[in-house]
Design a protein around this ligand. Structure first.
Ligand SMILES: [Zn+2]
Length: 378
């Protein structure tokens, strides 16, 4: 049996469209999931798919090893849309050492990297530890694929590598976020009689000023080394009924970015207590919550990944980034998780998405080395 070529595999993955359907009920990622399962089972691995919703399926590939507590490789199956692309999204072309197509770097390259590294171990060993690859749906929208994976009964992994384009750097930290609406209440009435009336827009203005001048500056004390401080921004405002009516409601939307050590639900509860103490406001339940990633660079699994990067002559210093990933959800179960993959986030979601193939090949070596050690330092 031939050891897989990651470039040929990547081209085949790009040829299968897997655009995230967002709220539409379509099995968008399923053909890709089934293709990966077939590819893996032809190379001696166990593979099956699991429905997440609307016929959309995660794919789980297992390569059993001596220690059955698994090492997890996770990447997403879905891509963003192809509108406005200047290349054929599903007919991959190799030019100047890069492969072009939708999903080339985000995130079919990491899928090809993980599968190739596993195929090499399946063929020639060693297999000190069980390796599980999870290709999940819906990363680009509501993270329902990784949420289903966490609920699927998979034994807690010793560590996880989550595939995203990091230019072969090891990302251990990123921010999370909490978005909610703050509704200021007023009394309403004729605008010619404003005296002694609570005006919802004026309450909202006070809240904005308070958030900006008193609340946000306190966040600096929570800064983390790789991602800096949390932030808070007021991003939307909506209020008033007419030019001659006193407003009885004004609604602000805030975007609060969290760092390691902060639980977004606790952040919301504390903010609600702080504001409702002072003003006639309702702080509505968050409509968006995402978690931060803050893996310990001294963790043995993280050190193993760093060691493998060094052996490939790469920069092994842990990195923090601005975008969110599935790694933060996996880390909620106490799993040391890093984000790693070929290509650049600046090239993800673009009109001519591509990935450098030398980075794809190097990434296979890095991941294969981690799998050979079983995820613990030698
Ligand atoms: Zn991605």
């Amino acid at each position: 049996m031939n050891v897989a070529d990651p470039v040929e595999l990547l081209a085949n993955l790009v040829r299968i469209p897997s655009i995230n359907p967002r709220e539409r009920a379509e099995p968008a990622e399923t053909e890709l999931a089934e293709n990966i399962a077939l590819w893996a089972s032809e190379r001696g691995m166990q593979a099956h798919t699991e429905e997440v919703l609307d016929g959309r399926r995660n794919v789980i590939v297992t390569l059993p090893g001596d220690d059955d507590r698994p090492l997890l490789l996770e990447s997403h199956l879905d891509t963003v849309e192809t509108d406005g692309m200047t290349i054929d999204p599903f007919d991959p072309v190799v030019r100047d050492g890069r492969l072009y197509g939708r999903g080339a770097c985000d995130a079919k390259a990491p899928l090809a990297v993980f599968l190739t590294a596993m195929a090499r171990l399946a063929e020639r060993g060693p297999r000190p530890r069980t390796v599980v690859l999870a290709g999940v749906v819906d990363e680009e929208h509501l993270y329902r694929g990784v949420t289903a994976l966490r609920a699927s009964g998979l034994p807690t992994p010793v560590g996880a590598i989550v595939g995203e384009p990091t230019e072969l750097r090891m990302v251990v930290a990123h921010k999370g976020c909490m978005r909610c609406r703050i509704e200021a209440h007023g009394e309403g009435g004729h605008s010619s009689q404003p005296w002694d009336k609570t005006n919802a827009i004026e309450v909202a203005a006070d809240v904005v000023r308070y958030l900006q001048r008193e609340h946000a500056p306190r966040l600096a004390a929570l800064a983390r080394p790789l991602v800096g401080p949390p932030s808070l921004a007021v991003t939307l405002i909506e209020g008033g009924q007419g030019p001659n009516v006193l407003p009885d409601s004004c609604v602000l939307t805030i975007d609060r970015r969290t760092v390691g050590g902060e639980d977004p639900h606790e952040v919301w509860a504390a903010l609600r207590a702080e504001l409702t103490d002072r003003w006639p406001v309702t702080v509505h339940e968050p409509h968006i919550v995402d978690y931060s990633l803050d893996s310990d660079p001294a963790d043995p699994f993280v050190c193993t990944v760093a060691g493998s990067l060094r052996e490939s002559g790469l920069d092994a210093a842990p990195l923090g980034v601005g975008y969110g990933t599935d790694a933060s959800k996996i880390a909620l179960d106490g799993v040391p998780a890093v984000v790693f993959g070929p290509g650049s986030i600046a090239c993800a979601h673009t009109a001519d998405e591509s990935v450098p193939l030398d980075e794809v090949r190097t990434a296979v070596d890095v991941v294969e080395r981690v799998l050979r050690t079983g995820g613990a330092p030698a």
